[in-house]
Design a protein around this ligand. Structure first.
Ligand code: GLU
Length: 318
C-alpha cells in the first residue's frame, strides 16, 4: 500500500479523517468530500488520517492504493499510515463483548425479508427493526437457530428502554434529530457492522472531527448512541452536501468522466480537477492554478458549503 508522510504534522491534538470504502475509484463527489475534510482538519490545526473501510469486500489492495494515489495527486496529504479497518477486528470484537456483558446484545434470526414483512412499531421509521427477536425465550432462540441453520444469527444492540434519540449539532446541518433502533452490530456472515466499526475506529484513532457526505447524517444518532454506551468521546460532525450529476441525482460512475483516471484520459489532469473542485467551493476562479496549500489560506472553516454542487461535465464538453 502506498503511503505518504505528512510534510506538515501539526503538533496539536485532534484529528480529522477521510474513510473511503474501496468499492471503486473515487469520483468527483468523493474527492470533493475528501478535500473538505482535509481543509477543515488542516485549517483547525488537526492531523489528517485515512482509514480504508474495507469490511464489506474481499480485500482489494489495488483499489485502495488507487484511491490513495488519487488523493495524493490532488495534494491531499495525511499523517501516519492509512489504517485498514479489517486489521482492527480484535477491537471490534472487544467492543461487542463489552456491550454483551452489559446485557445490550441479542441474537437476531430475521432475514431482510422477514424485517420488511413484519408490522413495524407505531411511529417507527421505514425499515427500522421491528423488535422481532428482542425478547425471545431461550427455547424460542434454540428453535430459531435451528430454523435458520446453516445461516448464523446477526447480533443487534438492545437499545436500553427509555433511550431518547440523541440530537447533535452539525457544523453544516445545524441541529439534527434522528431515529434509533436495535441496530446490527455484527451481521449473520460475521462481518462487523459499519456503525460499530466506525465508532470504535474513530475513537481509537483519536478522531475528533468527522467530515463526510450528508447521506450518512441519518446514521449519526446511532453512532452517538454507541459512543455513549461504550464510553467513547463524541467527535464534532460536518455532513457536507453531495455532488449531484446533470440529472440532479447523486453523482455516480455512470455519469461518465467523473474519476481522475477518466478525466486524465480527456486531458484534464489532477491540477485542473483541484481547480474545478476549488471553484465549486468558491475558493478559486475558473481555470486558476491552485494547490491545496494555497487553498488553505482561502478556506474559512465557518463557511462550509450548504448546498449540493451540480456537476454538468467539463466546461466545453458535450
Ligand atoms: N466508508 C464510508 C463511505 O465510503 C464513509 C464512512 C464515514 O465517513 O463515516 O461512504
Amino acid at each position: 500500500m502506498s503511503t505518504q508522510g505528512a510534510d506538515v504534522s501539526p503538533s496539536g491534538t485532534g484529528a480529522g479523517r477521510y474513510a473511503p470504502s474501496p468499492s471503486g475509484d473515487l469520483h468527483l463527489g468523493n474527492l470533493r468530500t475528501a478535500l473538505l475534510a482535509w481543509l477543515l482538519a488542516r485549517s483547525t490545526g488537526r492531523n489528517f488520517l485515512i482509514r480504508i473501510e474495507d469490511l464489506d469486500r474481499a480485500r482489494d489492495a489495488g483499489t485502495a492504493d488507487r484511491q490513495l494515489d488519487d488523493l495524493a495527486s490532488l495534494g491531499i496529504d495525511w499523517d501516519g499510515e492509512p489504517v485498514l479497518q479489517t486489521s482492527r477486528g480484535a477491537e471490534h470484537d472487544a467492543a461487542i463483548e463489552r456491550l454483551a456483558r452489559a446485557g445490550l446484545v441479542f441474537e437476531c434470526y430475521c432475514s431482510r425479508k422477514d424485517i420488511l414483512a413484519a408490522p413495524s412499531a407505531p411511529h417507527a421509521p421505514p425499515g427500522a427493526y421491528p423488535g422481532t427477536c428482542r425478547d425471545l425465550t431461550e427455547e424460542e432462540r434454540g428453535a430459531a437457530r435451528e430454523r435458520i441453520a446453516p445461516r448464523s444469527p446477526a447480533l443487534r444492540l438492545r437499545v436500553p428502554d427509555g433511550t431518547v434519540p440523541p440530537v447533535f449539532d452539525d457544523l453544516v446541518l445545524g441541529a439534527v434529530h434522528g431515529d434509533i433502533d436495535d441496530l446490527v452490530l455484527r451481521r449473520g456472515d460475521g462481518t462487523v457492522a459499519y456503525n460499530l466499526a466506525v465508532v470504535v475506529d474513530d475513537a481509537a484513532q483519536g478522531i475528533d472531527q468527522v467530515v463526510r457526505g450528508d447521506d450518512l447524517a441519518p446514521s449519526t444518532p446511532r453512532q452517538i448512541l454507541l459512543q455513549g454506551l461504550l464510553g467513547l468521546p463524541r467527535p464534532e460532525y460536518a455532513h457536507v452536501p453531495l455532488v449531484l450529476g446533470p440529472q440532479g441525482k447523486r453523482l455516480a460512475k455512470r455519469d461518465g468522466a467523473v474519476t481522475l483516471a477518466d478525466l486524465r484520459e480527456r486531458g484534464t489532469g489532477a491540477q485542473d480537477v483541484l481547480g474545478i473542485l476549488a471553484e465549486s467551493l468558491g475558493l478559486a476562479r475558473p481555470g486558476e492554478r491552485i494547490t491545496t496549500r494555497g487553498l488553505l489560506d482561502r478556506f474559512d472553516p465557518r463557511a462550509l458549503p450548504k448546498h449540493p454542487w451540480v456537476y454538468r461535465g467539463l466546461p466545453g464538453a458535450e
